[in-house]
Design a protein around this ligand. Sequence first.
Ligand SMILES: Nc1ncnc2c1ncn2[C@@H]1O[C@H](COP(=O)(O)OP(=O)(O)OP(=O)(O)O)[C@@H](O)[C@H]1O
Ligand SMILES: [Mg+2]
Length: 276
Amino acid sequence: MGVSRVRKNGTDSGLDSNRSVASSTPGLAGTGHGDARGRVDNGNRRREGSAGYKTGFVEGEYQDAGIRGLCCVFGRRGSGKTTRAKWLVRGARRIVVFDPMACCSDLKFQIVSQPGALRKILAGAGKKGVIHVVYQPKGGDLVEHWEHVAWMCIAAANLILMCDEVDSICSSGSAKDSNSDYWKKFKRKPALDHIVNFGRHAPVAFLGISRAPQDVWRRLRGQSERMLVFSMDDDLEMDALRSRLGRQVEQLPGLGKYQYLDWRDDGSVSIEGGKL
Ligand SMILES: Nc1ncnc2c1ncn2[C@@H]1O[C@H](COP(=O)(O)OP(=O)(O)OP(=O)(O)O)[C@@H](O)[C@H]1O
Ligand SMILES: [Mg+2]
């Protein structure tokens, strides 16, 4: 599937009719792209050796930087989710960050806010070129932005798609946001559905971030092979994770500042993180 198949509908005309967006956060120490691969500088990295990462199709999933297949980052607000996610992907070769709250400008990637601009970058990079893009919608329907971005990424392939505030583009029972007007107008398959079920074949890796696991599509939670979960003590949020993490959820209320439970579906779990 070539980039030429990237959808063009409505892309250049702009989707900014009626949304506003928060301003971006300033710099992120220690996450410059230059030190991205293989620097073990603060004990935060585990199992991700100084030789760097393999990039490509690894053990049946697309991998780049610290991300392989489907991953989620959960935690209370301000717990450090976005910061840690940026830290994990900072060495990625091909990545698109969907950044509705404009919190990822400090990645120093190219920032775009319209599907047409993203389409040009993806087409220019082809199947092998470097892609470093942060997509920050400035207005319009958030779900419409997401659907354009995500389907273009699926078509481009061989990249990480990171989605901050993933609960704003889906619901607990569906890959669609149930409140979105977009789904009243369009009958197409949601991009998140395709990513969770078939992203492995694109191949695309996905990193979703949310403070409310109970509001995130349960199939995404159910299929994720890795979850980074920061401190939380709300029973409903913890219950949403119990079917995957089991008794490990009991550790969540006791996690320290910026610490997270690094859970993988191979049965390994450890407490990681801390101040960057
Ligand atoms: N590991 C860390 N070390 C030092 N400072 C951190 C760390 N993680 C986050 N911070 C700081 O804490 C603040 C909140 O971080 P961040 O925005 O990543 O939280 P969040 O969980 O994504 O919040 P939200 O729920 O609002 O999206 C930021 O100012 C960030 O710089
Ligand atoms: Mg955040």
